[in-house]
Write a protein that binds this ligand. Structure first.
Ligand code: F0G
Length: 462
């Protein structure tokens, strides 16, 4: 229920605590140096507020911990699988449910099955692991988000929407071939600022896909946050239950990949869900080969039990209101400090437009990574670069250096972990960082792996 009070009440009280420890600036300089300016390489115990990701970093509820005690660890046909399957089917209506150890395992199985050289998979914006898993099978990954989705300042309410004109052009060009095995939509659009897709766009994408006989899949990691945005922003949905919005979203698709580490409120897990029986048979073979027997798929029975419970909690409206409002709170405060962010504020994270904030640092010198390093040095806060450090590198098709459309620093908020005073601290650190922004310098890569370079590449300060 919408509250008349402006204080964001965390809809839980804290039953167990985990200490976090402050470091000195001198220590942080040493740690950052030791990590070659790559924040993935810093030990988590040297971070005060960790906004690296909202993936697998959430806090489980008492009900989830209780469910874990009831986990059934039978190899085949465990009770926890059926609970998980029922919870997924209740929300998605999809027929075949394969648990996986996380989202990218679902992606790998799906794309190994449908992908090969000469094939193309469009999406609003592929997430980095999705793109990498597609490209690994020599399939082409194409991003077709609407123009508003590429403009950080646009206030358009559904900036995750698919560009239907471009999608139709692509379908038309490949009409009568089997080049496009499926189309995806990522909800919310993580790489594009955590922006939602409207129900109208989802429905129209589905209709277009049907006309060309192409199955539509959701990358469903943050389906509940997307549903909440539909409720508060899309006319006609204001009085609908979140669960029924979620069910309608899934009614337009033939399958989904899911990282349960996000909107299933667990620390590990994922699933692949789909309707097609023939595809399911192929998927099952690969699942057994690499993830495990299909009723556990890389997870313990207790993990499946917690996931089943998490899927029920995530569609609770009080939870989602707190979740979306607390992300908004951080975003609004940064705007007040004059920091350019992707507007409107996304669901799981605030994305700072580092290109606009640090115009003196060119994209090739990774402005968002420079800002990430500065934030750590100043206050022990860890964010993540989503820009040319993550998505740049050599284009496998053209062999040329490619740059990201945007240079963003993402501050992702773990679910049910930090309180308002933690976030107030982050805001205070920013008020200091912003004063020195003109003095900040870019970075150069000194060593990098062949793909997903942001996880392990080394950088030096210019
Ligand atoms: N799709 C999207 C939209 C994601 O955000 C992620 C993960 C995945 C797929 C892969 O799932 O990690 O369980 O294998 N995103 C995390 C993040 C890592 O920080 O945004 P996974």
């Amino acid at each position: 229920m919408e509250s008349k009070f402006k204080t964001i009440i965390e809809p839980f009280r804290i039953k167990m605590v985990e200490p976090i420890v402050m470091t000195t600036r001198k220590e942080r300089e040493k740690y950052l140096d030791g990590a070659d300016n790559n924040l993935f390489l810093i030990k988590a115990e040297h971070i005060l507020i960790d906004l690296l990701t909202d993936s697998g970093t959430g806090a489980m509820s008492a009900a989830q911990w209780a469910a874990m005690m009831e986990g059934d660890e039978s190899y085949a046909g465990c009770r926890s699988y059926y609970k998980m399957r029922d919870a997924v089917q209740d929300l998605t209506g999809l027929k075949h449910i394969f648990p996986t150890h996380q989202g990218r395992a679902a992606e790998r199985i799906l794309f190994t099955t449908v992908g090969e050289e000469g094939k193309i998979i469009p999406n609003n914006t592929h997430f980095d692991t999705t793109r990498a898993n597609i490209e690994f099978t020599k399939t082409e990954a194409i991003d077709l988000v609407i123009e508003e989705g590429k403009n950080p300042a646009s206030e358009y309410p559904f900036k995750g929407n698919m560009d239907l004109v471009k999608l139709e052009e692509l379908f038309e060009k490949h009409k009568g071939t089997d080049h496009i095995p499926l189309c995806m939509l990522t909800v919310t659009n993580n790489s594009g600022g955590g922006q939602p897709v409207s129900m109208k766009n989802l429905k129209e994408t589905s209709e277009l896909c049907k006309r060309y006989n192409i199955p539509l899949f959701l990358d469903a990691c943050r389906f509940a946050e997307n549903a909440y945005f539909i409720k508060i922003r899309e006319p006609g949905f204001e009085n609908r239950e979140i669960k029924s919005i979620v069910q309608e979203m899934f009614s337009y698709v033939q399958g989904a990949t899911m990282s349960s580490k996000k909107d299933a409120l667990v620390n590990m897990g994922g699933f692949l869900a789909l309707n097609d029986d023939a595809l399911a048979a192929e998927v099952q073979n690969l699942e057994i080969l690499t993830e495990g027997y299909p009723t556990y798929g890389g997870l313990s029975g207790r993990d499946l039990a917690a996931l089943a419970q998490g899927l029920q909690e995530v569609v609770e409206e009080d939870y989602l209101e707190y979740r979306i409002r607390s992300t908004q709170y951080l975003g609004d405060a940064l705007v007040e400090l004059g920091i350019p962010i992707v507007r409107p504020v996304g669901g799981h994270a605030v994305y700072i437009d580092a290109k606009a904030m640090l115009p003196h640092i060119e994209p090739k010198d990774f402005p968002a990574q420079a800002l990430a390093c500065e934030l750590y040095l100043e206050g022990g806060i860890r964010g993540v670069e989503i820009g040319s450090f993550m998505f740049g590198g050599i284009d496998p098709k053209t062999g040329k250096e490619r740059f990201s459309e945007m240079e963003l620093l993402r501050l992702a908020i773990p679910r049910r972990v930090y309180t308002q005073s933690h976030i107030d601290y982050v805001i205070e650190v920013f008020s200091h960082v912003v004063k020195n922004s003109k003095l900040m310098r870019g970075l150069t890569i000194t060593e990098e792996p062949p793909f997903l370079r942001h996880f392990s590449a080394k950088l030096k300060r210019n």
